[in-house]
Design a protein around this ligand. Structure first.
Ligand code: FES
Length: 172
């Protein structure tokens, strides 16, 4: 009794089509999954990075912003952004901003080309020393060349310590 060539051809085509469809779905989903769960670069471990502010959040007045830096061998993860910033990018400092009775946490990285913005206490705005972009106290662009707002950081307040979503490198 021989093998029916029609059956084995049909079987082959079925498996071939199934493989092709699976590959297409995986190729389509991969970029979405990477967007949702950005991979950590090799040797880096996601962690909540503890930082203390010069002025605790509870003592910030409305319209205040205080800078905090990532300790050595750590970095913070941007939660969103546009331009030079993107969800999953690393940044090395941020600002705790009190406005309208609530506190937000912004990354220090300018969305134009990545310089660090400074807070102008008198004007209550962020200013980039590189090409003059300005951002309102809540991080929105008020003056170009930047086109996108500052990125947010994910922070859990634990007493006077901030736990900032970030990474630790192998040297930590
Ligand atoms: S890097 Fe900030 S304005 Fe260009």
């Amino acid at each position: 009794m021989g093998v029916n060539p029609n059956v084995s051809r049909r079987t082959f085509l079925t498996w071939y089509m199934a493989g092709l469809m699976t590959a297409t779905v995986v190729a389509g989903l991969a970029p979405i999954l990477v967007f949702i769960w950005p991979p950590s670069p090799a040797g880096e471990k996601k962690a909540n990075v503890g930082v203390k502010l010069d002025t605790p959040v509870s003592k910030l007045a409305d319209g205040d912003a205080v800078r905090f830096d990532a300790p050595q061998n750590t970095a913070f993860i941007e939660q969103d952004g546009g331009g030079a910033n993107a969800r999953g990018n690393l940044t090395y400092a941020g600002y705790a901003v009190k406005q309208g009775g609530r506190t937000i946490f912004l990354a220090v990285t300018c969305s134009h080309l990545g310089c660090s913005v400074n807070f102008n206490q008198d004007a209550k705005r962020f200013e980039c020393p590189c090409h003059g972009s300005r951002f309102s106290i809540d991080g929105n662009v008020t003056h170009g060349p930047a086109l996108s707002p500052l990125s947010h950081l994910k922070v859990t307040e634990q007493g006077e310590t901030l736990l900032v979503a970030g990474i630790m490198t192998g040297g930590a």
